[in-house]
Design a protein around this ligand. Structure first.
Ligand SMILES: C[S@@+](CC[C@H](N)C(=O)[O-])C[C@H]1O[C@@H](n2cnc3c(N)ncnc32)[C@H](O)[C@@H]1O
Length: 197
């Protein structure tokens, strides 16, 4: 991941966040009231862990947070957080941690980039398709899904996919996301009845 030593990088150091990405989630959360005390949350692509740090403080000790990433998470986290090192495409669906539905699913997953914009956008779309599939199985009725996407042709399709599952769909480009970056966030709110298993 490219390190940008801007205002948010220094702020993250000061605030004790392991990455500046925390402020993207914080801004989206403040605008859309995503995270609440006591919620059960799934964080896909959670390493190095700044979304885990932010989310665990928002849901508090009565909440539960499961993070999944290909990479290990090296920071220490409060007891309501569990981390699984795994590929989301190879999750064991019978695992005990799937036991009850999640209130919120977050995904800051990014594919290995090639520098070829269309290829990278397609790979990001693939990850988000899988996040949607997980949301279909494991997100509660009325729940929210937030994903990072890459701007490009598949983003239109992703918005259509979201509209089939959620009552409200919002595009978010937080201030802490560099303006030259192709990343953009898509938020689905209020998962619809028909999608509940
Ligand atoms: C931008 S980083 C996430 C940063 C994180 N939200 C934070 O705040 O620290 C993207 C992560 O997605 C993970 N990732 C990409 N593909 C994945 C996959 N198939 N399964 C699990 N994690 C994946 C990468 O390993 C990487 O750590």
């Amino acid at each position: 991941m490219k390190k940008v030593q801007d205002h948010y990088f220094h702020k993250a150091r000061k605030d004790g966040y392991v990455a500046r990405s925390a402020y993207k989630l914080e801004e989206i959360d403040q605008r859309h009231q995503l995270l609440k005390r006591g919620q059960k949350v799934l964080d896909l692509g959670c390493a190095p862990g700044s979304w885990l740090q932010y989310t665990s403080s928002r849901i508090g000790e009565s909440g539960r947070l499961l993070g999944i990433d290909l990479q290990a998470v090296a920071i220490s986290l409060p007891p309501q957080v569990e981390v699984l090192q795994a590929d989301i495409y190879e999750l064991d669906r019978s695992g005990a941690w799937w036991e009850s539905p999640f209130d919120v699913i977050l995904s800051d997953m990014a594919p290995k980039t090639t520098g070829i914009r269309s290829v990278d956008a397609d790979r990001s779309y693939g990850l988000n398709q899988h996040a949607l599939w997980l949301a279909e199985q494991h997100l509660s009725k009325g729940g929210c899904l937030l994903v990072k996407a890459f701007q490009g042709a598949p983003f239109q399709q992703l918005q259509q996919d979201f509209r089939q599952m959620f009552t409200e769909v919002k595009i978010c480009k937080p201030k802490s996301s560099r303006s030259e970056s192709v990343e953009i966030f898509l938020l689905g709110k209020k998962k619809q009845e028909s999608q509940v298993e």
